[in-house]
Ligand binder design. Structure first.
Ligand code: DGJ
Length: 731
């Protein structure tokens, strides 16, 4: 189903599939429909553009009515209780505005009313204008017919002859009907502990999911999902969700208004934000993507994953499956040498790796994190003949070659910094904080942008590099832009990210085969802005396979498993000293894009045999894991000993169920797990991933309905053990 129309409330009965603009002035309604979702907005008698409906489909034959709001009291006048789609900060508004400005004459009252609209295919554009000043906000809406995901953004324009100071700007504001049972879900964490799902009640106390760090950050991801207490579960009930496609400081605020409705505003973080909008200039927001599912958190995430695969990721559905990669970081850290990397490459190829990635330490005077960052020339002591001999070796072993870079940072102990001390973000004359002995290059500057693009372009042109791991390892502090006018200092927050995007876009355009992994000290910059420009992301530096199950559970609430890398590393794990078997490590890491990060030089013969077996097994289920539908059957949680995930191929011909036991208690085995997503009438043959006999009592073949009602159970015992069942369609 796909339609977008504009119609009169009360009188619209049979709405044509295509856009339609009614002639009636004053009381127009706009609606966008896709995949069982309707989003509706309308213009009221005072000219406000109002939110009307976001949720399940409204029948074409049913009216969509602009609600009548009466002033609850003299303390809450009508303009502030009107659920405006994009309110200006004016008329005493006390909810979060879409935009807040100060005009040159000192006026800070902005009242936005409907001026015009346009419909182009599946895009609706509505222009709002201030009641007196030549200042407009143009709102853009599109809906994806296949997923019902709405894309919203806004552009403001200063039509006056004097500059306007913009103090706050959202991409979108949403309203949900009044209710005290809304629950907000968000993802939070810190370095090596990202992606923890938190759930809090939505109350009149504003909750801000935000980053003030200059980059997305480990702290809060720019994603939310709102459900209803007692109604929303993993596979049932309503969920409204969304994510901002922005990789800098952001804010998503959620609060109940005075009438109990939920108001959600998402955009640039107003914290430390200011933008001098000169006469005739515009400022555009990133896109906020929003969706609705009545199939719970699982339905919401599957819908969002589908949308990301089809519309966000580079090359979309044509994108290649993630190769099995080897990365040297945990094996060698900065101790990178040609011979050492060649030895690792030989062993990685032997177990089935398809890509070999040299991490930090290959360039400049980079023997530790204290020096060299910024000097992107191959270290001649470590690679006397450049990278070519290693790349040739890697390619002769049947793998492609990848390299780690951190283009946005600089060590003060580097030639680059000695040449350009003014290129870093800082307040002149003030102390500067160093983190990991590094400073942030001011990408907002045109010369820095050109320099970074220049050396990256040369690096990729001169070497046979298939893949870059693009890392950044500190947040911003003292966010000053030396040399910039005081009124334009805070453009840094926007110009930096726009230039980051421009570098990535240009690089990809000049090197169409190049793949990129997004990394920020683990998962510090995962968002839809980056995802449009990278092929995969590194969710966390925490490679412990048990912690990783929780990380993967949180990550997939928002983002597609196709982008989610994990490595099998050595045991005990560096993060928590936990000891786990190699089997368990593989079963955990192969639930997205599989990588190996262990020191293969120390491995024994049986480790190579185990790894070879699991990598081969992974390749038999890779399209299902990376491109299928994910069901989080049992989420890892301190209160349960078992967790389980299931990936079902899009044609339902193959599915794989991972069952992981955290720790045994008593003599108990975990109970049966009920699969989801199989075709009920289809018969499936079941096998153990990696070989071996099925546990006693499990039939080898049965219908999807049988498996989904009877369940399946691996007789796991011990701590940190797992098993995976593969279901293959059988005649
Ligand atoms: C942080 C990344 O997350 C790690 O994987 C590794 O690349 C280091 N940086 C290298 O400095």
């Amino acid at each position: 189903m796909r339609r977008l129309w504009l119609g009169l409330p009360f009188v619209v009965l049979a709405i044509p599939a295509q856009a339609r603009v009614t002639a009636a002035p004053g009381a127009r309604v706009f609606r966008l429909d896709g995949n069982g979702v309707t989003y509706a907005l309308g213009i009221d008698d005072k000219g406000y553009l109002r939110s009307i409906h976001w949720g399940g489909a409204v029948a074409e034959s049913d009216p969509i009515v602009v609600p009548i709001v009466t002033e609850p009291s003299s303390f809450d006048p009508t303009p502030t209780v009107t659920a405006q789609e994009f309110p200006g900060q004016g008329e005493g508004l006390v909810t979060e505005p879409g935009v807040k400005v100060a005009f040159a004459d000192g006026n800070r009252d902005l009242v936005l009313k409907y001026r015009s609209h346009r419909v182009d295919g599946e895009t609706l554009t509505v222009e709002l204008a201030d009641i007196a000043q030549p200042f407009t906000a143009t709102l853009r809406y599109t809906i994806d017919p296949d997923t019902g995901i709405l894309a919203r953004s806004a552009t403001i324009h200063n039509g006056s002859r004097r500059p306007v100071r913009v103090e706050q700007l959202a991409a979108a504001v949403f309203t949900l009907p009044s209710g005290d049972d809304y629950r907000l879900n968000y993802l939070t964490g810190r370095h090596a502990a990202e992606w923890t799902l938190k759930t809090v009640p939505v109350t009149p106390a504003l909750t801000a999911i935000e980053s003030r760090r200059g980059l997305t950050g480990h702290g809060n991801n720019p994603w939310f999902a709102i459900g209803k207490e007692g109604k929303t579960a993993e596979e049932s009930g309503p969920v409204w969700f969304g994510a901002l496609a922005w990789s800098g400081s952001f804010r998503i605020s959620v609060a109940q208004d005075v009438l109990g409705r939920v108001r959600i505003a998402a955009g640039y973080n107003p914290y430390d934000f200011a933008w001098r909008l000169k006469p005739g200039e515009t400022l555009e927001t990133p896109v906020f993507y929003a969706g609705y599912s009545d199939h719970g958190m699982g339905g919401a995430s599957r819908t969002f994953h589908d949308f990301q695969l089809a519309h966000i990721l580079p090359d979309h559905a044509r994108a290649k499956l993630r190769p099995v990669l080897y990365n040297s970081w945990e094996a060698t850290a900065f101790d990178v040498t040609e011979s050492g990397q060649m030895a690792l490459a030989e062993k990685a190829a032997a177990i089935g790796a398809e890509r070999f990635v040299v991490d930090d330490g290959w360039f400049g005077a980079r023997d530790s994190d204290r020096a060299g960052l910024g000097d992107w020339t191959v270290n001649p002591r470590k690679f006397p003949n450049g990278l070519k001999p290693l790349i040739d070796k890697v390619k002769s072993l049947g793998m492609d070659f990848g390299l780690w870079v951190e283009p946005e940072s600089v060590n003060p102990d580097s030639d680059l910094y000695r040449r350009h001390p003014d290129w870093v973000i800082a307040f002149p004359g003030r102390p500067r904080t160093e983190a990991r002995n590094q400073l942030v290059l001011n990408l907002a500057r045109a010369d820095v942008r050109a320099h970074v693009l220049g050396w990256l372009d040369r690096l990729v042109s001169e070497n046979d590099i298939a893949f870059l791991k693009w890392d950044v390892n500190r947040r911003w502090t003292e966010p000053g832009w030396p040399g910039q006018a005081p009124e334009d200092q805070q453009r840094l927050y926007v110009d930096y990210i726009r230039n980051l995007y421009a570098i990535l876009d240009t690089l990809r355009q000049r090197h169409p085969g190049l793949e990129i992994e997004g990394c920020a000290g683990g998962g510090g910059r995962v968002d839809l802005g980056m995802m449009a420009r990278v092929d995969e992301v590194w969710p966390s530096d925490n490679t412990d396979p048990s912690d990783r199950l929780a990380i993967q559970d949180g990550f997939t609430r928002a983002y597609a498993p196709a982008t989610m890398m994990a490595w099998v590393t050595d045991s005990p794990n560096w993060a928590n000293t936990r000891v786990t078997s190699l089997d368990y490590r593989f079963l955990s890491a192969m639930q997205g894009g599989l990588g190996i990060g262990a020191n293969l030089i120390k491995w024994q013969a049986e480790d190579f045999a185990t790894a070879t077996k699991w990598i081969a097994a992974y390749k038999t289920i890779r399209p299902t894991v990376q491109r299928g539908k994910l069901y989080r059957l049992v989420s890892p949680d301190a209160s349960v000993s078992t967790s389980a995930t299931m990936y079902v191929g899009r044609d339902q011909r193959q599915a794989v169920l991972f069952q992981m036991l955290h720790s045994s208690m008593w003599r108990d085995n975990p109970g049966a797990i009920l699969p989801l997503g199989l075709a009920p009438e289809q018969r499936y043959r079941v096998r153990m991933l990696g070989g071996g006999a099925l546990p006693a009592g499990i039939p080898t073949i049965a219908s999807g309905r049988y498996w989904m009602t009877q369940g399946i159970r691996a007789p796991l015992k011990g701590d940190f053990v797992g098993a995976a069942f593969v279901f293959e369609a059988a005649p």
